[in-house]
Design a protein around this ligand. Sequence first.
Ligand code: ZN
Length: 325
Amino acid sequence: MGLKYREDWRTLLWAAIGPAFVGVQYAYPDMIPYTFWISCYFALSFGIIAHNHNHCPTFRSRRANDLFGSWLSIFYGYPTFAWIPTHNLNHHRYVNTDGDATITWRFTNRHNLWVAATYFFVSAYYQSGPIQAFIRKARETNRPLYHRILRQYAIWIGGNVLLWSAAVALHGLGRGSWVFFATVAFPEFFALWTIMLFNYDQHVHTDPWSQNHSRSFVNPTLNFLLFNNGLHAAHHDKPGEHWSRLPQVHARLAPQLDPSLIQSSLWWYWFRQYVLAAFVPRLGTVQLGPGPMSPPRGRERSGGEADVELGEAGSNAESAVRVPA
Ligand SMILES: [Zn+2]
């Protein structure tokens, strides 16, 4: 199959089960009110797989990686190349400081349910700039990359139109549209919204000027379901490391981290922060260090340029493009 890491058999299994389960719900729409959340989970896992795939491509072959990125785009809800300008080139460089399109403190550094729930809309708006700049740059300097981006958009939109048409053909316009919405469109939105919420919770009130730049969630079940995405400090420490290796990186880092940034249960963290702390503020997080908006003297993160490549993370110069950060 040409996998770089054998653990990605599970990645491929998930990438097959998610869409297959959409097919099952298309065939038996009466089950949808009870099962649509499973499609939400799979859409979210596609987003996480897309993130992993852009850092550390799944296959040895570039063509297979390109196809896999497009396949993920259909069910994730956005062309997966967009991770590169907004995440690999931007978020990983600025880590929630000025210049990061996805800063958690855009309008306020308060940490409550309202800011967390609306973070998706703010963050998505500010990510559109780097995405457009990346596409423009690809069009001017790297036509093969530009064509791959266009192809991803076409596959994402075409795939969704096809899925909607199939639902309408099976169940008629009204019910078919509802089946498509509940099993494909809503899970796509859920995936995008939730992945940005994760980014918010992984960085809000952390200290980007020290090793305490990320909050990690270490619950084993959560990390099984989300391909170790909870181990965020480890991921920032070694962005190119395969997801299956992150537990070892985390074990090495953990003794140096502020203990408040190592959370076990994500659910308990959410409940404490967004419910209990609304009534008992001292239960909520507090800003560590000087805050992401206040660089210590001489510690500003600098811009510059970076090489990047769609789905190959810099391993092939032929399709690299230079993008101002
Ligand atoms: Zn990342």
